[in-house]
Write a protein that binds this ligand. Structure first.
Ligand SMILES: *Cc1c(COP(=O)(O)O)cnc(C)c1O
Length: 411
């Protein structure tokens, strides 16, 4: 970064520090990933400066010839990758994408049925802390506390009594597959539209290693930087008939000029998403998550819902006498980055919580497979079982650094 070093060595140093942190720690945050350098190049490109309000062929700024080519390419690739009728690639984030979907077909005050945050849903699905809850009338479904899985009968009952105009499926910390057919059937039975927010799992869906909601949902939203490895941003997929409403809800409804640099990066990830390598990577992502779950189970931990069918594993730490916050802090001290997470019916406050959520996407992008996934689980157990022993923690920290050296972020 020669220009940055010259103009602002202080920021340059912080960026170098972050590069070193990423290289020398194990990223198990289920919502994160390592992106290919090609994606980062596209994100850092000259397109970050282009103003281009509107859509290809219909802009409010001049000089959009290449911007139009870029966005059209991103849109056609998104449609192809996911088999969608229409794609809007302009949302700055997953939350912006969800807001646009709500405002595209609903009136302020309309009813929406979605999953509650404390059972794995997302803030933007009408949590009290999110402004979405001030614009719409949300009711929430939860998990069956016995199975810790979605209870479709409960959703059906709630849909019948509440009469929502929209039902939202999709979650941030739900380790199971969602039955989109069932969700679509329930939505249809009460004449609600169905939004599936597949932010976490878009990469797995793109690779067709788990079922796709696209043929069954009226709207699908996702973020591009999680399993999909496409850099920051959000996308909306929808049926052809909703094209104009969705586009208007993004611009001029909720955003101004799009981030064309992010759209460039999205185009790259949609392109890479069609490759055999990408499909292999997503298969390994699933397998590594299954290995985490199996190894933790062997070590005596309780896995929420009894296992995983996607890229993430939720672990209940109560039997180990640990809170999520304590575990997160201890693990970070040895270079393992996970987040604390509430478990269903968690007795602790969310800031403390009784569980940790761990995801396999980033370690899989580094090339790690079953032996490493199992080794990481054992290193985590060793740290969490010896939180007072500086000597043991130092030893694990060394093992973490060695593993990181063996598997550089960019190969
Ligand atoms: C990550 C996530 C989002 C939010 O994306 P941002 O880019 O942070 O706005 C939305 N919905 C779900 C289910 C998510 O997991």
């Amino acid at each position: 970064m020669p220009y940055l070093m010259e103009d602002d060595p202080e920021v340059a140093r912080i960026i170098r520090d972050e590069e070193s942190r990423v290289e020398n720690t194990l990223d198990l945050i289920a919502a994160e990933n390592h992106a290919p350098l090609s994606v980062l190049e596209a994100q850092g490109s000259i397109f970050s400066l282009k103003a281009a309000e509107g859509f290809p062929g219909n802009r409010f700024h001049a000089g959009c010839r290449h911007a139009d080519a870029l966005e059209s390419l991103a849109v056609s690739r998104a449609k192809r990758l996911f088999g969608a009728e229409h794609a809007n690639v302009q949302p700055h984030s997953g939350v912006s994408a969800n807001l646009a979907v709500y405002f595209s077909v609903l009136d302020v005050g309309d009813r929406i049925l979605s999953m509650k945050l404390s059972h794995g849903g997302h803030l933007s699905h009408g949590d009290a802390a999110s402004m979405t809850s001030r614009c719409f009338d949300f009711q929430h479904y939860g998990l069956n506390l016995k199975t810790e899985q979605i209870d479709y009968d409960e959703i059906e009952d709630l849909a019948k009594s509440f009469g929502p105009r929209m039902i939202v499926a999709g979650a941030s910390s739900y380790p199971r597959l969602i039955d989109y057919e069932k969700m679509a059937e329930i939505a249809q039975s009460v004449s609600a539209v169905l939004l599936v927010d597949m932010a976490h799992i878009a990469g797995l869906v793109a690779a067709k290693v788990i079922p796709s909601p696209v043929p069954l949902a009226d709207f699908v939203t996702f973020t591009t930087y999680k399993t999909l490895r496409g850099g920051r941003g959000g996308v909306i997929l929808c049926r052809q008939k909703h094209t104009d409403r969705i586009n208007r809800a993004i611009f001029p409804g909720g955003q101004g000029t799009p981030s064309l640099n992010l759209i460039a990066a999205k185009a790259v990830c949609f392109h890479l998403g069609l490759t055999e390598d990408f499909v292999e990577l997503q298969k390994k992502t699933l397998n590594n998550a299954a290995c985490f779950a199996a190894e933790f189970e062997r070590l005596g931990y309780r896995i929420v819902s009894g296992g995983t069918e996607n890229h993430l594993v939720l672990i209940d730490l109560r039997s180990k006498g640990l809170t999520g916050a304590r575990a997160e802090k201890t693990l970070e001290s040895v270079g393992i980055i996970v987040n604390r997470n509430v478990i269903p019916a968690d007795p602790e406050r969310p800031e403390v919580s009784s569980g940790i959520r761990m995801g396999s996407p980033a370690i899989t992008s580094r090339g790690m497979q079953e032996p490493e996934a199992r080794q990481i689980a054992r290193m985590m157990d060793k740290s969490m079982s010896n939180i007072e022993s500086t000597q043991i923690l130092n030893q694990v920290a060394q093992d973490v650094r060695n593993l990181c050296k063996q598997f550089p972020v960019q190969q």
